[in-house]
Ligand binder design. Structure first.
Ligand code: SF4
Ligand code: SF4
Length: 469
């Protein structure tokens, strides 16, 4: 027997709408939504989908606009390359994103899930629309699923699943292009499969996963898997604006009967807000973890309110406190705290981005070595140099000593040329006339020059005080 830890009013929290008592999947057939919010979400989705599919094709100076290659730690953002050397920037950017998610959720609840999240957009605005088109609204879908296989059912089901798999294949290609770039993806697509077995396997696996998620797993991704969804309980507070049922106005709920005068509230208990819900919940029970703020119930209820000649907004964007007191409070100590932290993080990240140079240089005297005497009597020190070329271009580099006349820099090995996005390490000698090595530490200024331009001036020291011969 299940342990009853709630009162009657809270008992709905003991079960999942998408699961039967026996633990089996309870397939949700949401009624097709319609209304002003659904139309607005359709427009936003189209804009976001156009961006998603167009970005991999956009180039700046011949380089992709956006590449997020986590596996090889190569990133291009707005045409600027970032690599492992920019890890601190990524760390800060990630913390800023997390804080902004917290801030946004504290103030506006799960608005991201309903309007921006790719899972919701693909499921509700692409796959579900195709399903409604092929199989019809919720009742027709239910009837089709319960009917025996015949020509009509076979045609509808097979065409739906072929389209679903085709779309999943397209989506996995687009996501892969964000990782490896459109040029490489086109190479994989256009050359013989035997040459790109790894890439083709990745595309096939991801196509299969997307197909499974959008055709079968569906809302479970939001209610059972998504970590953001699971964190709602700690992020929301009574002032967060969520999709909420105005229980003060709506209760006690009751059907309208002709010529009957009642003291009921505005909810006519038509159940339409539940019928349209893609996660199968009853928002009249209060804010729930499963609610993805998709606004379908708002549209459904507004439609009902218009028909029964009552004001719209029985279900609306509102906070718990707003419904209880009639006052909306956006600025709470919690939201102000997050805002301050976020402003500091964004300022710091922006400063580091603005002052970020294309080249990173370090020159250090090789540790553990004293000076050396050259065959011609001059004195030398050995140095280690590291150059990080953050650009897309190959960078020839040379060194010049500016403050010691007669001194020489002798590179060990070939010319100093640093490839695009490459880290090059080199060793060189600084050789100075014997009579100038007259201090324990002699200050050195070394210019690093590339294509006639001084990239940086590095200050270091020359070690060695020797007797004149
Ligand atoms: S759609 Fe509105 S009126 Fe109908 S049950 Fe839901 S809250 Fe009540
Ligand atoms: S309760 Fe309303 S807003 Fe929340 S998921 Fe269901 S239909 Fe969407």
């Amino acid at each position: 027997m299940a342990l009853d830890i709630h009162g009657d009013e809270e008992r709905f929290r003991d079960s999942l709408a998408t699961m039967t008592k026996e633990g089996k999947r309870n397939w949700i057939y949401p009624k097709k939504p319609s209304g002003s919010y659904y139309n607005a979400r359709t427009v936003v989705s189209i804009v976001l989908l156009v961006f998603l599919f167009a970005i991999p094709f956009i180039k700046i100076n011949g380089h992709p606009l956006l590449i997020l290659n986590i596996l090889e730690r190569k990133f291009i953002i707005f045409g600027i390359p970032f690599g492992p050397h920019d890890f601190h920037l990524f760390g800060l950017a990630m913390i800023s994103i997390i804080v902004s998610i917290f801030l946004f959720t504290v103030v506006y609840g799960r608005i991201f899930c309903g309007w921006i999240c790719p899972q919701t957009i693909f499921l509700e605005m692409v796959f579900r629309k195709i399903e409604y088109f092929i199989e019809g609204d919720a009742n027709k879908q239910r009837a089709l699923n319960n009917s025996p296989m015949d020509k009509n059912k076979f045609f509808k089901k097979s065409s739906k699943h072929i389209i679903f798999f085709g779309l999943s294949f397209l989506i996995s290609n687009i996501f892969l292009s964000y990782i490896i770039g459109m040029d490489k993806l086109l190479q994989i697509v256009t050359s013989p499969p035997s040459q790109h077995l790894g890439g083709l396997s990745a595309i096939s696996i991801f196509s299969g996963i997307f197909y499974w998620v959008f055709s079968y797993f569906r809302e479970q991704a939001c209610t059972l898997v998504c970590p953001y969804g699971r964190l709602q309980g700690v992020m929301l507070d009574p002032n967060s604006i969520v999709i909420a049922y105005d229980n003060i106005r709506g209760e006690p709920r009751g059907k309208i009967r002709k010529n009957e005068v009642t003291n009921n509230g505005d909810c006519i208990d038509c159940h339409l807000c539940v019928d349209v819900c893609p996660t199968g919940i009853d928002i009249r029970n209060g804010t729930q973890l499963e609610c993805v703020n998709c606004t379908a119930c708002v549209d459904a209820c507004d439609d009902v309110m218009v028909k029964v000649k009552r004001p719209k907004g029985l279900i609306r964007y509102a906070s718990k406190n707003e419904i209880e007191t009639g006052k909306r409070k956006l600025f709470t100590p919690r939201s102000i705290g997050y805002t301050i932290v976020l402003v500091i993080l964004i300022s710091l990240t922006s400063y580091l981005l603005i002052t970020r140079s294309d080249v990173e240089l370090s020159i250090l005297r090789t540790p553990g070595l004293l000076y050396q005497e050259q065959p011609d009597g001059r004195i030398s020190n050995l140095y280690d140099m590291k150059i990080v070329n953050k650009t897309f271009n190959s960078m020839p580099a040379s060194l010049a000593l500016t403050n010691i006349p007669g001194a020489e820099i002798k590179l060990i090995g070939n010319d100093l040329k640093v490839g695009p996005q490459e880290v090059r390490e080199a060793k060189f000698f600084v050789i100075i006339p014997r009579n100038l090595a007259n201090k324990l530490r002699t200050k050195l200024e070394i210019e690093v020059i590339s294509n006639g331009k001084v990239l940086d001036v590095i200050n270091t020291s020359f070690l060695g005080k020797v007797d004149k011969k």
